[in-house]
Design a protein around this ligand. Structure first.
Ligand code: ZN
Length: 468
C-alpha cells in the first residue's frame, strides 16, 4: 500500500488486478464500511473543530429536510434552486451543502418507502380493531421531526471535494484524513488509528466511496466506505434456512438428501446472557451505578459476538448454492401488547433474528453466494408435502391431512424454499428489484445462474427463485 488514496476515485492497481484475475467470471460488488477510530492523541482543539463542523453539517441536513417537507422535493434537480440559499444560511461551501442534500434526500426516500409499507398494512387492517389502533400509532414520522432526533448528529458523506484519505509516513499514524474546513482553502489533517486488519482490508479494496465522520459517545470514528469485488460461486442447489431461538440456524439443502438437514446452535449464548442479566439486576439492587455504566453495552456486544461467530460458521458450510432465509419480521410486527400471547411475544422481542439474518447474508456474499430474506409467514404450520395443516407433537410435527411426521425445522426449511419459488415466479423482475430485501441481488443471481454450468433441471429450479 503506498501513495495517495483518493475518496470515491478508483484506486488504480487493486481494481485492475481483481478484474484480470476474474477474467470473464461474474463479480459481485460488495460494499463495506471500515470503522476506524480517530487517533487518541488528537488534540482537543481539533476535536472541538470536528464538533463544530459536524454540528454545522447536521444543521444543513435539517434545513434540507424542512425544505423537502414543505416543497415536496424529490430529486437533486428539484433541490438545486435552493442550494445558494442554504449555503447562505449555514455558511457552508457548495460541496458540503450538496452532501447534506444527498443525505436528506436519502432519509426522505427511506421514510417514503416505510410509509408506503405502513399504508399497505393499514389498508389491510379492519378499522376499529385493536390491531388497527395499534397500527395508527406506528405511522412512521418524517425525518428530523421527532424531538429525540434533534439531539442526534446526522453524518454526511465526505467525497473528493471535501475530504481525502491519505497514507502518511508519520510514525504515530499510517493513515490520515484531510478534510475541508469552514474556511475557504484551509484543510484539517486528522490522524487515524487503524488496526492491521483495517489496513489489509483497505489495501484489498477496489474503490473508495468516501467516508463519514461519526461520533459515538465522546469518540470520533471514520467510516470508510470500500467497494470490493467477489467472485460469484456457480449455483448447484438451493438452501432453506429457518432461524430459531433454541436451534439458532436450521437449514435444508435441496435437492433433498438424508444428510442435507443441518442444525447450528448457540453453545452457551443464552446462559451467558442470563448470567449478565442477573449480574446487572444484582448491581442495580446495590445501586452501583459506576459499575453499571461500564456494563452498559456489554450485553449487546456479547450477543452480537455470538451472532457473528454463528453466521460465519454457517457461511463456511455453504457451497455453490442460493440461500433463502425465512424472515419472521411480519410475525413480530403482528405480535403486539395485549394480543394474548405474552410468552411468545417476549421470546420474539429478545431474539435478534434480523441481525443474525443480515450477518448471514453479508458473510455469504463475502464468499460469493447470494442470500435472500423471505417472509416465512405460515411455513411452520403447513406440510411441505401436501400443504395440509400441521399439529405440533413435541419437537416434531404431524400433518393432519397426509399423516406424515417430520422434524419441525426441517419442514419449515423446505416450505420456505417452496414458498419463495412460487412467490418469486409470479413477480416481474422489476417488482422484485423494487422490493427492499432483494435489492440488487436479483440481477446478480440471474447472471450467476446463467453462467453457472448448472445442470438443466437445477437451473429451472434456480430460475424459479429469481423469476427468470
Ligand atoms: Zn401433509
Amino acid at each position: 500500500m503506498r501513495g495517495k488514496y483518493c475518496c470515491s476515485g478508483v484506486v488504480g492497481e487493486p481494481t485492475v488486478q481483481v478484474m484480470e484475475e476474474a477474467g470473464e467470471k461474474i463479480l459481485f460488488e460488495l460494499l463495506r464500511a471500515l470503522k476506524i477510530p480517530v487517533h487518541y492523541a488528537t488534540t482537543g482543539k481539533k476535536l472541538s473543530y470536528l464538533d463544530r463542523l459536524t454540528a454545522r453539517l447536521t444543521y444543513a441536513v435539517r434545513v434540507w429536510c424542512e425544505r423537502i417537507s414543505e416543497l415536496g422535493l424529490k430529486t437533486q434537480r428539484d433541490c438545486s434552486p435552493y442550494e445558494r440559499e442554504i449555503q447562505h444560511i449555514t455558511g457552508l461551501s457548495a460541496a458540503f451543502v450538496q452532501q447534506a442534500r444527498d443525505k436528506a434526500l436519502w432519509m426522505w426516500a427511506q421514510y417514503r418507502e416505510a410509509h408506503k409499507d405502513w399504508e399497505r398494512e393499514l389498508s389491510r387492517a379492519k378499522p376499529g380493531t385493536k390491531w388497527y389502533k395499534k397500527l395508527l400509532k406506528r405511522e412512521p414520522a418524517e425525518p428530523c421531526t421527532s424531538p429525540k432526533s434533534s439531539l442526534k448528529k446526522i453524518p454526511t458523506r465526505f467525497d473528493t471535494r471535501t475530504g481525502t484519505i491519505e497514507v502518511s509516513n508519520l510514525k504515530i499514524s499510517p493513515l490520515v484524513i484531510r478534510i475541508s474546513t469552514l474556511k475557504r482553502g484551509e484543510k484539517l489533517t486528522i490522524l487515524l488509528n487503524p488496526s492491521k486488519w483495517h489496513l489489509e482490508m483497505l489495501a484489498r479494496a477496489a474503490e473508495l466511496r468516501g467516508f463519514e465522520l461519526i461520533k459515538r459517545g465522546k469518540k470520533y470514528f471514520v467510516h470508510l466506505l470500500c467497494k470490493y469485488f467477489v467472485r460469484a460461486q456457480p449455483v448447484h442447489a438451493v438452501r432453506g434456512v429457518d432461524l430459531g431461538v433454541r436451534r439458532a440456524i436450521a437449514s435444508v439443502k435441496l435437492p433433498k438428501h438424508p444428510r442435507n438437514f443441518s442444525l447450528l446452535r448457540y453453545d452457551d449464548k443464552w446462559l451467558r446472557i442470563r448470567e449478565l442479566d442477573d449480574r446487572i439486576a444484582h448491581l442495580q439492587r446495590l445501586r452501583k451505578w459506576n459499575v453499571l455504566k461500564k456494563l452498559r453495552h456489554k450485553r449487546r456486544h456479547v450477543a452480537e459476538d455470538y451472532d457473528r461467530k454463528l453466521a460465519k460458521e454457517f457461511a463456511a458450510g455453504t457451497e455453490n448454492e442460493i440461500v433463502v432465509i425465512g424472515d419472521p419480521q411480519q410475525i413480530r410486527y403482528h405480535k403486539y401488547r395485549g394480543d394474548g400471547d405474552k410468552r411468545g411475544r417476549k421470546i420474539l422481542q429478545h431474539w435478534s433474528y434480523s441481525r443474525l439474518a443480515d450477518t448471514i447474508i453479508e458473510k455469504l456474499k463475502e464468499r460469493g453466494i447470494i442470500g435472500i430474506r423471505f417472509n416465512e409467514w405460515g411455513t411452520s404450520s403447513e406440510c411441505h408435502k401436501c400443504g395440509g395443516k400441521l399439529k405440533a407433537k413435541g419437537r416434531r410435527v404431524v400433518c393432519t391431512n397426509c399423516g406424515m411426521q417430520y422434524d419441525r425445522e426441517f419442514n419449515s426449511c423446505v416450505r420456505v424454499v417452496q414458498k419463495a419459488s412460487t412467490y418469486l415466479k409470479h413477480k416481474t423482475r422489476a417488482a422484485l428489484k423494487r422490493s427492499r430485501k432483494l435489492a440488487g441481488a436479483i440481477d446478480e443471481l440471474a447472471r450467476t445462474i446463467d453462467d453457472s454450468g448448472l445442470e438443466p433441471w437445477m437451473k429451472m429450479e434456480a430460475h424459479l427463485l429469481v423469476g427468470g
